[in-house]
Unconditional design. Structure first.
Ligand code: PPY
Length: 332
């Protein structure tokens, strides 16, 4: 009898090293991905990546099967590296989202006091969320950007090894777990300026299977306008408004082609298989030069906005059936 090779475990990338908020998002995803568990699929292996762009490039190259990346923060807004990497290049799709509350600690090698700290290393999104605390408690400190919050903690390395001497900062801002993992002492905890800050992470994969509609879904798109004209943005927004589709995020990003050339990255409620989402996408397709569909996936935060009169799914289905009946009688 010949042994049947077990399917290799899928590889899920995340912004590493271990101890990032991104790793927390992936851990949560894996713990609650009941669909995969029920299907009996192999448990994915988390693969730390040094940047969001690198993780998405590895996914495009087939070295990863999915990647968990930060896309939006409730205080700092969109994560531009992610938005831009999803907007160009081979198509990728979002298959899920995870919301992670973010709380930060200031940590340093044991023996360091707050008075000793002259430079602080962390991810740019973390720095933006602790700026007020820094102004109040470490007004003279220099900011040193690192690839992630956990990379900043790892750079201090708890005073062990060459990395400890190499770090051009003497304290890091990270999740508490990353500080502990690297043997650092916490100088101050919960230093975020906004209590209740949340980061939204998305699980991205190569195009293929779209998650089935759940009744509480989101769809993401990137819209490229045909030309710049008065009311151009209004024309895009009308496509959503007339179909009663609720947008949950709208950002403009430079396309990089020329000064003043922008695309719009938009999340909205609904699934590509919903009639009203289909009609919205067709409207956008007519008025835009290009519509990049970034996927439809279950919303992490549940309750969809109640539809206005005439814009419920049943209204769209009834209108479509009415037109189909008219057309069939017209051609009989
Ligand atoms: O660096 C991390 O830990 C990340 O996952 C990126 C990030 C940084 C700050 C807030 C949320 C996510």
């Amino acid at each position: 009898m010949r042994a049947v090779d077990a399917a290799p475990s899928p590889r899920y990338g995340y912004l590493g090293p271990e101890g990032t908020f991104c790793e927390m998002a992936l851990t949560r995803w894996l713990a609650t991905d009941h669909h995969r568990a029920q299907a009996g699929d192999a448990t994915p292996v988390p693969v730390p990546c040094s940047s969001v762009v690198g993780a998405l490039a590895a996914l495009r190259a087939g070295e990863l099967d999915a990647a968990m990346v930060p896309i939006e923060n409730s205080v700092e807004g969109g994560v531009t590296a992610t938005l831009d990497a999803l907007s160009v290049g081979d198509e990728l799709v979002i298959v899920g989202e995870v919301l992670v509350p973010v709380t930060f600690v200031l940590a340093a090698r044991p023996g360091t006091t707050l008075a000793d700290v002259t430079a602080v290393g962390t991810h740019s999104h973390a720095w933006a969320q602790v700026r007020g605390w820094m102004d109040a408690h470490l007004p003279g400190a220099t900011y040193v950007p690192t690839l992630s919050t956990a990379a900043a903690a790892a750079g201090l390395g708890g005073g062990r090894g060459p990395a400890a001497d190499a770090a051009p900062y003497d304290a890091s801002v990270s999740a508490a777990g990353a500080a502990t993992r690297h043997g650092l002492s916490v100088l101050a905890d919960d230093i975020g300026d906004n209590r209740g800050a949340v980061t939204r992470f998305v699980l991205v994969s190569r195009p293929g299977r779209t998650p089935a509609p759940t009744g509480s879904d989101k769809t993401s798109v990137v819209l490229f306008q045909r030309d710049d004209h008065p009311g151009g943005l209004l024309e895009l927004l009308e496509q959503f408004a007339t179909r009663g589709v609720n947008m949950t995020r709208l950002e403009s990003r430079p396309t990089g082609a020329a000064m003043g050339s922008y695309c719009f990255t938009i999340d909205f409620e609904g699934h590509v298989t919903d009639e009203r989402v289909g009609e919205t996408l067709m409207g956008l397709r007519r008025v835009c030069a290009q519509v990049r569909w970034l996927g439809s996936y279950p919303a992490a935060d549940g309750v969809p906005t109640p539809p206005r009169a005439g814009t419920a799914e049943a209204d769209f289905v009834a209108a479509r059936d009415w037109l189909a009946a008219l057309r069939s009688s017209a051609t009989r």
